[in-house]
Design a protein around this ligand. Structure first.
Ligand SMILES: Nc1ncnc2c1ncn2[C@@H]1O[C@H](COP(=O)(O)OP(=O)(O)OP(=O)(O)O)[C@@H](O)[C@H]1O
Length: 248
């Protein structure tokens, strides 16, 4: 990666309950666009993003725009401009869409950017008073991503945002991420390789808690043997699920 990375992780180690989960992960997130974080089930992708955010005990180095954050608590990492859309979406089912968004507003971070969120997700405006628990999976994902765009974040981390969604909704979510990434760089944990192919310029592949590949996404995905070895395409969870184009 030529330009200075927005996020540079070196030798990230995570030990949970006496078990080593990450054994020295290294990755960089480019200052623009989407960087994909890939790997088979259990490779350590979610633990890596939780490590970056300080949600699990970690050691190593996590430089955000050149500043060391590895010793900071999660709230301080978030305050430095890291938005997180977790795998379980973290939606408050008993609250409305508007209340879910309002709870995500970060004090002292300037005016929340509702115009951007409503431009990208007009549905969230229409459904402002709907209970979030009654939304579809795709709509809930839009709330989760919308929350990260409200504040002036420098980096968005999205953990498997297309998981379990119907192909058409996968396309919608991917389009939104693509647009979001024009404004804010995105670290995207993703198993749908069609989405990776479309969105990501760079990718990092984890295997058994270590970095197994870093480089251009098209190089990895263009090498059938490497993709099979690293991602288990055809045998494992990574898919080339049909990607429905917007006009189909
Ligand atoms: N809190 C925890 N306690 C014990 N083991 C954990 C914990 N969190 C994760 N692990 C283990 O660490 C390994 C990596 O898990 P992680 O969720 O980071 O993988 P992943 O690549 O995100 O997988 P998936 O694609 O299934 O979400 C797995 O073997 C998992 O069982």
């Amino acid at each position: 990666m030529s330009a200075r990375a927005l996020l540079a992780v070196r030798d990230l180690r995570v030990l949970i309950g006496g078990r080593h989960i990450l054994h020295g992960v290294g990755l960089e997130v480019a200052a623009h666009g989407v960087t994909a974080l890939l790997g088979r089930n259990g490779a350590g992708k979610t633990t890596t993003v939780r490590g970056v955010l300080g949600l699990v005990p970690r050691s190593g180095s996590v430089l955000l725009d050149g500043e060391e954050t590895v010793a900071l608590p999660t709230h301080a990492v978030v305050r430095r401009g890291v938005g997180y859309a977790p795998e379980d979406r973290g939606i408050f089912a008993g609250l409305t869409v508007a209340e879910n968004l309002r709870l995500a507003e970060r004090r002292g971070a300037g005016d929340p950017d509702y115009p951007l969120v409503h431009e990208l997700f007009p549905e969230l405006k229409q459904r402002a008073r709907q209970l979030a628990g009654t939304l579809s999976g795709g709509q809930q994902q839009m709330v989760a991503i919308g929350r990260t765009l409200l504040n002036a974040n420098r980096l968005i981390i999205a953990d498997e945002p297309t998981k379990g969604l119907a192909p058409k909704v996968v396309t919608e979510v991917a389009q939104v991420l693509e647009r979001a990434a024009e404004a804010v760089p995105v670290l995207l944990v993703e198993q749908n390789l069609a989405v990776v192919r479309r969105l990501a310029e760079h990718c990092v592949v984890l295997a058994d808690g270590r970095t197994a590949y870093r480089g251009p996404a098209d190089e990895l995905l263009g090498d059938a043997e490497a993709a099979r070895r690293l991602l288990g395409v055809g045998h494992g969870p990574a898919t080339e699920a049909p990607f429905v184009e917007a006009d189909s």
